[in-house]
Design a protein around this ligand. Structure first.
Ligand code: SF4
Ligand code: SF4
Length: 419
């Protein structure tokens, strides 16, 4: 999508203060990382992830490599495809109050903070936004659909059209067609054609990343105190921007350090399962409040955590069409985003996660004005009640104003579970 697709443009008007958002974002990232680093006994192997998200942002490496950068929102664009075609996929979702404020200046008030953050990051030209040559925007919710329109006036946007039902009669073929169209667009961007060997290599690399993420999660379930929920999400969200081979190496080093430690005895921290809207770096306040209240997030059912990394690409045969279908299937079928008609698989998944992780309660995070998660809340609450799993829903937006209320509610919930 380019401005030539529209007769009526929606220009994003920049103002001088937008330039300050980049500094505010860096400061917020360093504050969050500094607070996490101050936790006693934090694994030394967390340092590379801190440095990636707080300092280097991989920018020098990306500029040196000269590969086109493809910014993606959500997890629907198959990263395997982008890598195989010689580009660099970077997931650009973020959570930061100054970016949300900047986006809020040009958007109506009743738009969710996630959308405002993205528009604010575009206005401020945060580094990854500045470098991305193409933005892939899925039609996941009304906000994302309109985002494609708003951003598409000033930059190259590929609109990835999602089916409303994953199992609908026309969905599989239409979805594979979308992924093929994305491959065509990427081929034009990179000047490369899709090679079987390159696609296989990318699939195998990201499947290795999945295997390591699974081992990390299993360790969290077995030894809840070993890694805080915030650190786990930090490691998972590092995959938004990290080179996958680098991430596998650093995450394996973290695993080795954690496995070598003696298991803690007598840990009485309450185990919680996190679900709902993604908790996005650098706004990790909710996770930090949970830890301070005496609980640990031992598992999560969120698109910015476990759900991004848990599912491997399953290939029947190593031909290019079969691999293309397999990466398309992986990006769509296991996804538990509430943008589809049914929420059954999301609820099944979170109950299963609660079982395997030994969670004592569910923390449901709803970004204010996110109708998708709000509308699913009654069904999720009812399912949790049936399993006698207490559930606390917390509404948040980015900013310090709601911190005291969130803290009181989380503390009361944790205290109730401790009894
Ligand atoms: S919940 Fe769905 S729409 Fe929202 S960021 Fe995640 S994948 Fe995208
Ligand atoms: S938080 Fe909700 S409304 Fe906002 S982008 Fe995500 S799914 Fe859409």
């Amino acid at each position: 999508m380019t401005s030539s697709d529209h007769r009526h443009l929606l220009p994003l008007e920049r103002v001088a203060s937008d330039a300050e958002v980049a500094t505010a974002f860096s400061v917020a990232a360093r504050v969050t990382l500094g607070q996490l680093a101050a936790a006693p006994g934090r694994p030394a192997a967390m340092a590379p992830f801190d440095s990636l998200l707080g300092e280097s942002w991989r920018l020098d490496e990306l500029r040196r490599a000269g590969r086109p950068i493809v910014g993606v929102l959500c997890n629907f664009a198959p990263e395997e495809l982008i890598l195989a075609l010689g580009a660099v996929p970077l997931r650009l979702d973020l959570g930061q109050s100054d970016a949300a404020r900047a986006g809020g200046r040009v958007l109506p008030a009743d738009v969710c903070p996630a959308i405002k953050c993205i528009v604010g990051a575009e206005l401020a030209q945060l580094p990854y936004y500045r470098e991305a040559q193409l933005l892939v925007v899925p039609t996941a919710c009304d906000g994302k659909k309109k985002l494609a329109r708003v951003l598409g006036d000033s930059r190259e946007v590929f609109v990835l059209e999602l089916p409303v039902r994953k199992g609908g009669p026309r969905s599989p073929a239409a979805w594979v067609e979308q992924v093929r169209a994305l491959a065509d667009r990427l081929q034009r961007l990179t000047g490369r054609s899709l090679r079987r060997g390159a696609l296989r290599e990318a699939i195998e690399l990201l499947n290795r990343r999945t295997a390591v993420a699974r081992r990390l999660n299993e360790l969290r379930w077995q030894r809840p105190g070993a890694l805080s929920g915030a650190d786990a999400l930090l490691v998972f969200q590092a995959t938004f921007v990290a080179d996958p081979a680098w991430w596998v190496e650093k995450a394996e080093a973290l695993l080795r350090e954690l496995e070598a430690r003696p298991a803690a005895t007598g840990d009485r921290r309450v185990r919680l399962l996190l679900t709902g809207s993604p908790v996005l770096f650098p706004d990790f306040r909710l996770l930090q409040i949970v830890e301070a209240a005496g609980a640990t997030i031992v598992a999560d059912e969120t698109c910015a955590g476990t759900e991004r990394l848990h599912h491997p690409v399953v290939v029947d045969e190593w031909t290019t069409p079969a691999m293309l279908r397999a990466v398309a299937d992986k990006a769509l079928l296991p996804c538990t985003c509430p943008c589809f008609v049914s929420s059954d698989d999301r609820i099944d998944r979170l109950l299963e996660l609660a079982r395997v992780s030994g969670a004592q309660g569910v923390l449901h995070h709803t970004l204010r004005l996110c109708q998708l998660y709000d509308l699913e809340l009654p069904a999720v609450s009812a399912a949790a009640r049936q399993r006698e799993l207490p559930l606390l829903n917390i509404y948040t937006e980015h900013g310090a104003e709601d911190a005291a209320v969130i803290q009181n509610r989380v503390e009361a919930f944790v205290e109730m579970l401790q009894q």
